[in-house]
Design a protein around this ligand. Structure first.
Ligand code: RIB
Ligand code: CA
Length: 317
């Protein structure tokens, strides 16, 4: 079976970085056409640099990396250095990467790649604010038909929110972009906090990854350990939730997850609930069922997959 062509749109961020590593570990199943960076956890100049750092660490400088939007479509930018650290990938040694930054803007790369693709052929994997994706859909709505599906990390239902009581960071950071993406009409699978808060990087799980000993696993363990300090205090849990790699794990092993097709709408008016994902889980409205909302996960199965795939990287980098 040919590898699935994907584009990962991200704001690294430690969890984005692990999602990149998981995708890079599986070239027989996932063909990464490009990585597009967006401002989010930290400013764009860092998210694009961090994406290229991960390409270096994984020995995948063949993957083109593009810088995209520096700010949301309409609102002012928000960021999350208090969680991710000033580099965005605290917990690993940061360096100036050899992987080059492409001169083409990320949105132009998205447009060019989608426009030249066959119908329903390319999977988009956004793990940050949806600004780049929405900007491409606004610029040329015809490219939307060439999207196979969108598997994104964002939103919350029972978990409420993490940046506000009612909104998760990626959606809140650019709710207008999210509204465009959630209304685009293509198959959408949404990994919200309801599922990612069940995927906890406990010391035992991080220890198994650290024991692999290759540079990718060592970087992963360091980043997950740094992540630990904020989330575990906030949620009083045994480890921080590992959000973004759930998207890639879904592409590799969808049977690890349970989804429900329902309507998901985005709040773009009220400042109190800005960026809220209104998930019609019990189908109480007749709004179109536009998203596969992910609500259950085999967390042990997820970490077994992640650990097994990270073990594939060479020790001699
Ligand atoms: O709310 C969690 C999400 O926001 C993750 O994607 C994290 O990397 C940040 O982008
Ligand atoms: Ca992210």
């Amino acid at each position: 079976m040919p590898a699935r062509p994907i584009i990962i749109d991200c704001d690294p961020g430690q969890d984005d970085a692990v999602a990149l590593f998981l995708a890079m570990s599986s070239p027989d199943e996932l063909e990464i056409l490009g990585i597009t960076a967006v401002a989010g956890n930290v400013p764009l100049r860092l998210t694009e640099r961090n994406a290229r750092v991960m390409c270096d660490v994984a020995g995948r400088s063949d993957i083109p990396v593009f810088a995209g939007a520096e700010k949301p479509l309409i609102r002012e930018a928000i960021s999350a250095e208090y969680i991710h650290g000033e580099t965005g990938i605290n917990g690993m040694d940061v360096f100036d990467p050899e992987t080059p930054l492409q001169s083409q803007h990320a949105v132009d790369f998205l447009l060019e790649t989608l426009a030249g693709a066959a119908p329903a052929s390319i999977t988009l994997v956004p793990t940050g604010p949806l600004t780049n994706i929405a900007a491409a859909f606004i610029a040329d709505p015809q490219v939307i038909e060439n999207v196979a599906e969108i598997v994104l990390m964002g939103g919350a239902m029972r978990e409420g929110g993490n940046r506000t009581p009612s909104a998760e960071f990626n959606i809140l950071a650019d709710p207008h972009a999210a509204d465009i993406v959630f209304s685009c009409g293509r198959p959408l699978t949404v990994m919200g906090l309801d599922v990612t808060h069940k995927v906890l990087s406990t010391p035992e799980r991080v220890g198994r990854i650290r024991a692999l000993g290759n540079p990718v696993a060592t970087a992963t363990a360091g980043m997950l350990s740094f992540f630990h300090r904020y989330d575990t205090e906030k949620y009083e849990s045994d480890g921080p939730p590992l959000h973004d790699p759930c998207t890639v794990a879904y592409l590799l092993r969808p049977e690890l997850f349970e989804t429900r097709l329902c309507n998901v709408a985005i709040e773009t008016e009220s400042e109190l609930t800005m960026g809220h994902t209104a998930v019609d889980f019990w189908h109480v409205t007749d709004r179109p069922r536009n998203a596969h909302w992910v609500h259950e996960v085999d967390a042990d199965g997820f970490y077994n997959l992640l650990t097994e795939r990270l073990a594939r990287f060479a020790n001699d980098r």
